[in-house]
Design a protein around this ligand. Structure first.
Ligand SMILES: [Zn+2]
Length: 269
């Protein structure tokens, strides 16, 4: 599942292509014809992300809400002539004022794709914890959730109402970098550790938006530029055999139904 940095990057890239323009919206897959008709011919005012949720607000006041879930994807199409959408294309967004030969964004397989009201958007956001990529994020909300919970911190990081946008890759990486065993109860995380965890989460997610992939190592630690790095490399713990910081063999075990990796040296129990 894409993590929060991907959704923020999509909001930015789609905003760059489409914001301020009258939108042509269509659904080649018949499932979203009525929804597409509600936004077709209106102007996209802004695109924003909150955790793994993407919201496009139109000048009609309507909001397009997309959550990619496990298999959903956005594809950017560019160059003349644009390829036709396929029968798996739930939604195509493109500027109405071009001749159809400039740019389009195609959505396939989303968990959620719906046209909602701003009140409904607020209701979705109310179920989410602070998003470290948003300037309005309030880390104290995450701190109070950790302090009140006996659940493992590696499990809490995956709960979107505790903190929005973190998935399985970032939880392994962040806890490794900060030096917290994922199995430690949330309430045993100290204030100092939490402050380092929050700061590192903000830093890493921003890096993820910029790099458009999850590469947590610093440039100096990488064997080659990020652009040439094979997928899955440049990480300290996730799917690694040895810790990227101290080279100790990592422990591998399930947590919150997903495999996690931690270092017995850097993240003592
Ligand atoms: Zn280590």
């Amino acid at each position: 599942m894409p993590e929060g940095h991907t959704i923020h990057r999509l909001a930015k890239d789609q905003g760059d292509d489409l914001a301020g323009r009258t939108i042509r919206a269509s659904s080649a897959q018949s499932r979203f014809v009525e929804g597409a008709a509600l936004i077709d011919g209106t102007v996209l005012e802004r695109s924003e992300a909150w955790g793994k949720h993407l919201f496009h607000t139109f000048d009609s006041g309507r909001v397009l809400h997309v959550h990619l879930g496990l298999i959903g994807k956005w594809f950017r199409r560019a160059g003349a002539p644009l390829p036709d959408p396929t029968d798996t294309t739930r939604l195509r967004l493109s500027p109405k004022d071009d001749a159809g030969d400039e740019v389009a964004w195609d959505l396939t397989g989303p968990m959620t794709c719906a046209v909602i009201t701003p009140d409904q958007q607020d209701a979705v956001v109310a179920t989410l914890g602070p998003d470290p990529l948003r300037t309005d994020a309030d880390p104290e909300r995450m701190w109070s959730r950790l302090q009140r919970s006996g659940k493992a911190v590696g499990l809490l990081l995956m709960e979107q109402d505790v903190v929005a946008g973190i998935g399985n890759v970032y939880r392994s990486e962040l806890l490794n970098i900060v030096g917290i065993d994922p199995r430690r109860p949330g309430r045993k995380v100290t204030r100092d550790e939490f402050e380092r965890l929050w700061a590192e989460t903000v830093r890493q997610l921003r890096l993820g938006v910029r790099r458009n992939k999850i590469v947590t190592m610093s440039t100096a630690e990488l064997p080659m530029p990020v652009s040439r790095l094979p997928n899955g490399e440049g990480r300290y713990a996730y799917k690694m055999e040895h810790c990227g910081r101290c080279h100790t063999e990592l422990e591998v075990y399930p947590l919150a139904g997903r495999t996690t990796w931690s270092c017995p040296t850097c993240q003592p129990r």
